[in-house]
Design a protein around this ligand. Structure first.
Ligand code: PLP
Length: 367
């Protein structure tokens, strides 16, 4: 038996009739930019996360970039983010001309450690940008408190957090603006690129919508130099279907996570730590081992596909060589990058596949 990391085709086939009907309805409607499908999904998604507004955009990177730009963040400004985040988080900061200021994560939760934020604040700091990495909610309350005390914005990268809950509340309306990706492999994934922001601030929502529509409210009247970043109606229709199944599919991920946590306890692997206030949506199930490469090879031999999120921390990427941060600059991020391994946890992973993963991991970890 081989176990693929994630089967995207299975997600489509499970909902084929509903998705095909939604796509066909959109094609028949004659609305190919904006229109009722986009408005309906924005409304449904905002409601599902408890936010007043949702603005669809073209992808998750644009969600982050437009959110920062709409907040007026630009050259000379600094944005604090985690040293182990995905590169998109940093790229969005760079795209507006601001400087990413990296701080270490908590090594147990892999999320931006609130205890490290204050010493990174300077007179140029404008925002704190936590990522809810792997679908584990970041510790938002202390970040909101620090943001308020220093007059900063809290911008969340929720690209991996669809359906995650923080202290019982869905991620999506805690910070000033929350940024989403619907990249196909996310918990809520489109059949192509798509993204959104959610916020309770109507003016901010309007600014983001305007920026993504050529800086224009009224056709051919351009108030600012915007860009083109809109949610495609066909993708919105697909997302509307998948949103109705998100809770159920996240429950399956939770069941697999509970199974792994129980059956992998007692091995020499470090298992994900879940604070008592966190209800992760298990975008990824990430274990740690100092023998990670060996473990990954053994699992591959046993037919188990695993991935590494992420093998090189942003400050060690050539793209960020100009930050001048050498090896050792962020020891926690560097250690995590050398030890993390993501096990299969998609919503279509069968029970016997999860069993197979456990057996293979237990065998490999014993060697
Ligand atoms: C996927 C992802 C993004 C980017 O989303 P795209 O839709 O691919 O642009 C940003 N941040 C994180 C943490 C992600 O996982």
């Amino acid at each position: 038996m081989t176990v693929p990391f994630l089967e995207l085709g299975a997600a489509y086939h499970a909902l084929k009739a509903e998705i095909d009907a939604a796509v066909s309805r959109t094609l028949d409607s004659g609305w190919y930019i904006g229109g009722p499908e986009v408005a309906a999904f924005e409304q449904a998604f905002a409601t599902s996360v408890g936010a007043a507004h949702c603005v669809g955009v073209a992808n998750g990177l644009d969600a982050l970039h437009l959110a920062l730009r709409a907040l007026g963040i630009g050259p000379g400004d600094e944005v604090i983010t985690a040293s182990n985040s995905y590169i998109a988080t940093l790229l969005a900061i760079s795209m507006v001309g601001a400087t990413p200021v990296l701080v270490e994560p908590d090594e147990h939760t892999h999320n931006l450690d609130p205890a490290n934020i204050e010493r990174a604040i300077t007179p140029r700091t404008r925002a704190i940008l936590p990522t809810h990495l792997y679908g584990q909610p970041a510790d938002l309350d202390p970040m909101l408190e620090i943001a308020e005390r220093h007059g900063l914005k809290l911008v969340e990268d929720a690209a991996q957090a669809h359906g995650a809950r923080y202290k019982g509340q869905p991620v999506g309306a805690h910070g000033h603006v929350v940024c989403w990706s619907f990249y196909p492999s996310k918990n809520l994934g489109a059949l192509g690129d798509a993204g959104a922001v959610t916020t309770n601030d109507p003016e901010l929502a309007d600014r983001i919508r305007t920026l993504g529509n050529y800086g224009s409210h009224k056709r051919y009247v351009n108030e600012v130099r915007g860009t083109n970043s809109r949610l495609d109606p066909v993708q919105a229709a697909v997302l509307g279907v998948k949103l109705r199944h998100l809770a159920e599919w996240n429950e399956r991920r939770r069941a697999t996570a509970a199974f792994y946590l129980e059956r992998l306890a007692g091995t020499n692997l470090i298992l994900p730590a879940v604070p008592e206030w966190a209800d992760p949506c298990w975008h990824l199930f990430v274990v740690r081992s100092p023998e990670r490469d060996h473990l990954q090879e053994r699992l591959a031999e046993a037919g188990i596909q695993t991935l590494i999120h992420y093998p090189i921390p942003p400050h060690r990427q050539q793209a960020y060589a100009d930050l001048g941060l050498g090896e050792g600059a962020f020891p926690i991020a560097e250690r995590l990058a050398s030890e993390v391994l993501s096990l299969p946890i998609g919503p279509h992973l069968a029970g016997e596949q999860a069993e197979r993963v456990v057996e293979a991991v237990r065998q490999a970890a014993a060697q």
